[in-house]
Design a protein around this ligand. Sequence first.
Ligand code: GLA
Length: 407
Amino acid sequence: MSVLQKAMPDPGGMAAQFRELFGDEKPRLFFAPGRVNLIGEHTDHEGGHVFPCAISFGIWALAAARPGEVVRLCSLNFEEEGVVEAPLRGVEFDSARGWANYPLGVIRVLEDHGHALSSGLDVLFWGNLPEGAGLSSSAAIEVLTARAANDLFGLGLDGVELAVLSQEAENKFIGVQCGIMDQFASSMGRKDHAILLDCAKLDYRYAPLALDGGRGPQSRPCRLVITNSNVPHSLASSEYNLRRQKCEAALADIARVRPVQNLCELTMEEFDAVKDAIRTPEALRRARHAVTENTRTLRAVKALESGDLWAFGRLMRESHLSLRDDYQVTIPELDALAELAWAQPGVVGSRMTGGGFGGCTISIVEEAAVEAFIREVGESYAKRTGRMASFYVTDTSDGARRVTDEP
Ligand code: GLA
């Protein structure tokens, strides 16, 4: 079991490495956070609501414009791969470029939308988001690239536009049909808040994440604890696309009996009235998850805003059960982590978070109980699954931003 501490890069050391790699330019330092979704899972691609927050783990970049038509990228997380060079204009996906496809996809999408960079670019990345954990390292590097390009080349795009373009890079360049949640949270996060986002309209508002004890009689100060199952979410993109297809099939079936744009516009009553039109039990279960989860998310935010954190926690548990039984994206390791958390004293709520098939759970835990939580859940998880969990006690964070002019 390990507890990852929040580590900031040493900007001076990073700047020295930047100069060594790229020469004597004056780079600026940028940061984009990862995200954790508190509730509203697998609703973004069905036009529903999500409730993520940006976290204090993320990716930093030192970036500078350079003359010429070449982009040079290096990541301290993949140092052995050295500097990746690519053409500034018309860059195509190339598997040989590995991780660098994420930033390059953003540069390409910016160009396709008439925001071509006016010259080349050098970037040195460093991140402390565990890879494959479902905390949106890919969205963070995309949004970070978009934010840095926007700033260095004066593109004049706002945070929502940067999120939408980053999602397009993931969909079209990388080929993963994700929704908007991850890029939106990384771009638009606000410290001490989570974002209630309507993914159909891109309307959003911030809800204070009152973890300081709140107003309820049972309330004590709480922390967000992310537990990594350390099962990489490798099936995630194939299974993800399959889940989306089943939801589309359900939507098409419903559309034969009533006009409908997306599943999450239906209330529970409306869904119950049309659900018999869905032709397969599998599509019915997938659609039922989308509709119930959307409703749960709205109820959960209401509960949080009225100061009832424990009601929020109960809805987190219901969300996990729906993801397990109806959407079927949990795996035994995620179920074990959630069940062990529910049995611990001082746990307000716990559920799997992100796409599923590996990755993490998110738990709201009373501060005084965090140490015992990490010990007990860690030990029991190891006994039950033979795996070691990792724990990240995280703060919330602002969205992607320039950190300094010069490190
Ligand atoms: C992944 C996707 C998101 C969202 C979640 C599930 O993180 O990138 O768009 O669909 O899964 O809620």
